[in-house]
Design a protein. Structure first.
Lengths: 148, 239
């Protein structure tokens, strides 16, 4: 989950306040939060700003830094590679579940995952993905045999 | 083939109010477009296509005006009148038909946009039409726009769903849209899992980029906010 999605999630859990008001309360430049929430590239480089945001939402700075590394474009790149390579991919979801399978398609808001166990195609919302660990060697062999 | 705006709206079971709020175009304007009283400019065409989940070329830029009643219908609709005494028809001098005004900039811009889809530039377009674009009348521009729209519909190039997707940016939501349309059409029972672990089952009744409305097996309709959804799939393990 990207930093932007995480901040949207935290804001929703804090009553979904107005971004401008929150920025004023935190004491950061107007537009900073909106910018982080909406952008697809890596955002939130300034740790001091991030620390203020973390304090406002009552979470650790490390938590926000964790999400900063998982920006939306990084997930896009991973999904694109997964489709191209037909490699088995694993996704840790915010629900605590882990889904494993082959990514059949991806777009702006979601991706279609064909589960490894043969269940129905699962449409996963991108904002629900917490992390996407890299596939292991065995999965690569699976993909190779599929391609052959 | 492009269809009239009203036909498309009714197909999507959308009221004119809903279309206005989704597209950001006023109701009065939409009525004009639907009646065919005004041609839909390219900018509005794009907004309407997005709101209706169709391609721009699926919408006829100028809707067919409502059909005039046939003489027979007129006869049944109007109360019988006593025949008027016949008047000697006055011989009026025939007025020359007014010439169509010059094509609007928006018509030309629209034509260039569509032509660009076929790799036709302005010079090639003018050669095909047989005259410079700035000398076209509104009527001619309408004719050529219709021609290119029909051609676009026939030769629809593979877009979004078929193309090899660019790495970035993520610009479309066509795949999820196609999936949902297919499930809605097939009355498929889907199971939705929310962030908090709650699960809902139902058939898709309608959806937008932000919400999905489902009808539960008991008949109740419920609208799920997409932000709250983690994933969904066919219920009961159907593939």
């Amino acid at each position: 989950m990207s930093l932007g999605d995480e901040l949207r999630y935290l804001r929703a859990f804090h009553g979904g306040g107005n971004l401008g008001e929150i920025e004023e309360e935190i004491g950061i430049e107007p537009g900073t939060l909106r910018y982080i929430e909406q952008r697809y590239r890596r955002m939130g480089e300034d740790d001091d700003v991030l620390a203020k945001i973390a304090a406002y939402y009552g979470v650790s700075l490390e938590r926000l830094q964790y999400h900063r590394e998982r920006y939306r474009k990084a997930l896009s790149a991973f999904l694109h590679n997964s489709v191209e390579s037909k490699r088995i991919a694993t996704f840790d979801l915010r629900t605590g579940e882990t889904l494993t399978g082959r990514v059949r398609w991806w777009d702006l808001g979601a991706f279609g995952l064909e589960p490894k166990d043969g269940g129905p195609l699962t449409v996963v919302q991108r904002h629900a993905v917490l992390d996407w660990p890299m596939a292991d060697e065995g999965d690569e062999e699976d993909a190779q045999s599929d391609r052959e | 083939m492009p269809q009239d705006l009203q036909t498309l709206r009714k197909q999507k079971r959308m009221s004119i109010n809903q279309l206005a709020s989704r597209s950001g175009i006023s109701i009065a304007k939409l009525i004009q477009y639907e009646k065919g009283a005004e041609e839909i400019p390219p900018a509005d065409l794009g907004r309407l296509a997005k709101a209706l989940y169709v391609d721009e070329w699926d919408i006829n830029p100028r809707s067919t005006p409502p059909r005039a009643p046939t003489p027979r219908e007129e006869q049944t609709a109007k109360p019988a009148r006593s025949p008027r005494p016949e008047k000697k028809p006055k011989e009026k001098p025939k007025k020359p038909r007014p010439q169509s005004p010059p094509a609007r900039d928006t018509q030309i811009a629209h034509m260039l946009t569509i032509a660009a889809r076929f790799g036709i530039n302005r010079a090639a377009l003018e050669a095909e039409i047989g005259k410079p674009l700035d000398q076209l009348t509104q009527k001619e521009a309408r004719h050529w726009n219709g021609h290119f729209m029909r051609r676009a519909a026939e030769e629809k190039p593979p877009r979004a769903i078929d193309r090899k997707r660019a790495y970035l940016p993520e610009g479309v939501d066509g795949f999820e849209l196609a999936y949902l349309q297919e499930q809605q059409k097939g009355d498929v029972l889907l199971q939705f899992t929310l962030f908090d672990g709650q699960r809902f089952e139902g058939q898709v009744v309608g959806f937008s980029p932000y919400q999905i409305t489902i009808r539960e097996p008991g008949g109740d309709e419920i609208t799920l906010n997409k932000l709250a959804i983690a994933y969904y799939r066919r219920a009961g393990g159907q593939t």
